[in-house]
Design a protein. Structure first.
Length: 363
């Protein structure tokens, strides 16, 4: 019986618990060299290759365009040319828990794990694991299973091919919205006053857009309302020590959220330069993983598409997101929409944020 070494999905980013298996770079049963790239994976931040941990014959039975868990074994490498009948998984990048498994897991979590055939190795890290965490892993693995082929009763449907980035986005948002308690508030900004403020800045510093000005002003307001610059996890509310605002961009190269770090205190023109630099690198496919990490709040602007109202969706490990709408015809005003996690804030606090932001935008 050949012993085998596992090829494990590494953790490339602390916020990513899953990746999309994009493409196998070798065939199952082939002979590979140590450190030879064998599979391509994609997370929310980057696309990367995983190398063979040793030389030998590689075996796998997973297809492509499926979600796989960080820390999961997706292939095995053996010295024997025949498939291993009882592979021994060796996690290459899996952190060693600082506490014994029975101290990390609640009793209910342990019962669910036993009933579902899960073990402590399926939960890398040192955080406390509750029953809800086990249920989420079971759901993720169920969703990662190959979809059943359409039957005769489903003749009016057809499979819809999705990009890897869209699959990751969907999985992330599904996970986020099993955890947050979303609520939304809206205020209307006076468009003539906003345009007058933009014109004044253009004359004094240089041209800036509504998005760039909103990021600049939101950073100052967030420093006074930390509940909207944090997140809720494991029964606790936490706030970030600094403000780092991401802005959503999707110009045909999949949705990305580049992050402007430490933006409080910069001028509107400094923010504009950062937005334009990151946008240009997005168009050139030059964004690095670091450009997409560390956001504490997000702004998404659909005004350029003529959208007069929408509900933005909160990002992972954040408590709020701001949406910028187009001017509503005949109203001389445009909406600012804030979606927030009600466990972190309430409608009054969200309204305070929007009203302060409106006052700043209108000058």
């Amino acid at each position: 019986m050949a012993e085998a070494t596992a090829v494990v999905v590494p953790r490339m980013n602390t916020n990513d618990d899953q990746a999309v298996l994009v493409k196998w770079l070798v065939t199952s049963g082939s002979l590979v060299k140590a450190e030879q790239p064998v599979v391509m994976l994609e997370t929310t931040k980057t696309t990367f290759e995983v190398n063979a941990p040793q030389a030998g014959y590689i075996f796998f039975d997973l297809g492509t365009k499926i979600m796989v868990d960080v820390g999961a074994s997706i292939a095995w490498i053996s010295d024997d040319a025949s498939p291993p009948t009882q592979p021994v998984a060796v996690a290459q990048d899996r952190p060693t828990p600082s506490a014994a498994p029975d101290e990390r897991f609640s009793r209910k979590a342990l019962r669910l794990m036993k009933d579902s055939g899960l073990s402590a190795a399926d939960f890398p890290g040192s955080e406390r694991i509750e029953a809800l965490d086990v249920e989420r892993l079971i759901e993720r693995r169920a969703s990662a299973a190959p979809a059943a082929r359409p039957t005769a009763g489903a003749a009016d449907t057809q499979p819809l091919e999705q990009s890897s980035s869209k699959m990751i986005e969907a999985a992330t948002l599904e996970r986020v919205y099993r955890q947050v308690v979303p609520s939304t508030v809206v205020v209307t900004v006076n468009e003539p006053r906003l345009q007058a403020r933009l014109q004044a800045i253009a004359q004094a510093q240089g041209v800036v857009s509504v998005l760039e000005l909103a990021i600049f002003e939101a950073a100052s307001v967030l420093s006074e309302i930390p509940e909207l610059n944090g997140f809720y996890a494991n029964g606790r509310a936490v706030s970030y020590r600094s403000v780092a605002i991401g802005f959503a961009i999707n110009a045909g190269r999949s949705l990305k959220v580049p992050v402007i770090r430490d933006c409080k205190g910069d001028s509107p023109l400094d923010i504009a330069r950062s937005v334009r630099d990151l946008s240009l690198r997005y168009m050139r496919d030059e964004l690095a993983a670091e450009d997409l990490m560390g956001g504490t709040f997000t702004v998404t602007d659909l005004s350029g598409h003529g959208v007069v109202h929408f509900i933005p969706v909160i990002n992972e490990r954040q408590s709020a997101i701001l949406g910028i709408c187009a001017e509503r015809p005949g109203s001389a005003g445009r909406e600012l929409v804030l979606t927030f996690d009600h466990r972190m804030a309430d409608g009054m606090l969200a309204a305070e944020f929007l009203n302060q932001l409106r006052e700043r935008l209108e000058g």
